[in-house]
Design a binder for this molecule. Structure first.
Ligand SMILES: [Fe+2]
Length: 206
């Protein structure tokens, strides 16, 4: 089940009230999380609108709520936003949102906890849950959309992954593998839309 657009906006307001407060406490710009969610929603909708078999409003809702668990990760020790968001959305009955909360971080299908700056047990649990699922185009759509947003700026997957590599000190080997997986995903949606998805989302210079 999926929340309506209005229900998604209400959920978004609820979590951004909390992320604004937590970001401020952490010395970050308060609105950074909400702007990230909106940018991912924008990319997902823009790409889906060129895919006849995808629903652009559903894509926007999934994008807006994909990081639903962020406020939990930032406020409860030993939590990972992916599994935290999954649990919250399942609790509310929104299983279609729950799955993208869980799947969006694992675009390279890797569940080695050492490659993530998140709670190890949660990464292992995420791997087990995802192994029982068959990923669909909405999972892939939110993965590529999240890969095109560095903080809240829409950019190329290479630049987003350079940002991730610097933030989490990933090795050259790991980042090379992640970039290849991300580019494969971009190529998949370029073919599906018949367009360069960078142009669809306003990245015209790359
Ligand atoms: Fe995200």
């Amino acid at each position: 089940m999926l929340p309506t657009k209005q229900q998604a906006i209400d959920l978004y307001k609820n979590i951004t009230t909390q992320t604004d407060r937590l970001n401020l406490q952490m010395g970050a710009e308060p609105g950074i999380s909400g702007r990230h969610y909106q940018a991912v929603a924008f990319c997902a909708q823009a790409i889906a609108s060129y895919c006849p078999d995808l629903d652009a409003e559903k894509a926007w809702i999934l994008g807006l709520l994909h990081d639903y668990g962020e406020f939990i990760e930032k406020s409860v020790p030993h939590t990972f936003h992916g599994t935290a968001g999954y649990d919250e959305m399942m609790h509310l009955g929104y299983d279609e949102v729950a799955r993208v909360c869980l799947t969006h971080s694992f675009f390279d299908n890797n569940f080695n906890p050492q490659e993530y700056a998140y709670d190890s047990a949660s990464i292992i649990r995420a791997g087990k849950l995802i192994s029982q699922m068959t990923l669909d185009d909405y999972d892939y759509l939110i993965q590529i959309s999240d890969l095109m947003v560095a903080r809240y700026t829409i950019t190329s997957v290479e630049k987003r992954l350079d940002f991730v590599a610097a933030k989490y000190h990933l090795s050259d080997e790991v980042i090379k593998r992640k970039k290849q997986a991300a580019l494969n995903l971009k190529i998949y949606f370029d073919r599906k839309t018949g367009k360069n998805i960078y142009n669809l989302t306003g990245i015209t210079s790359e």
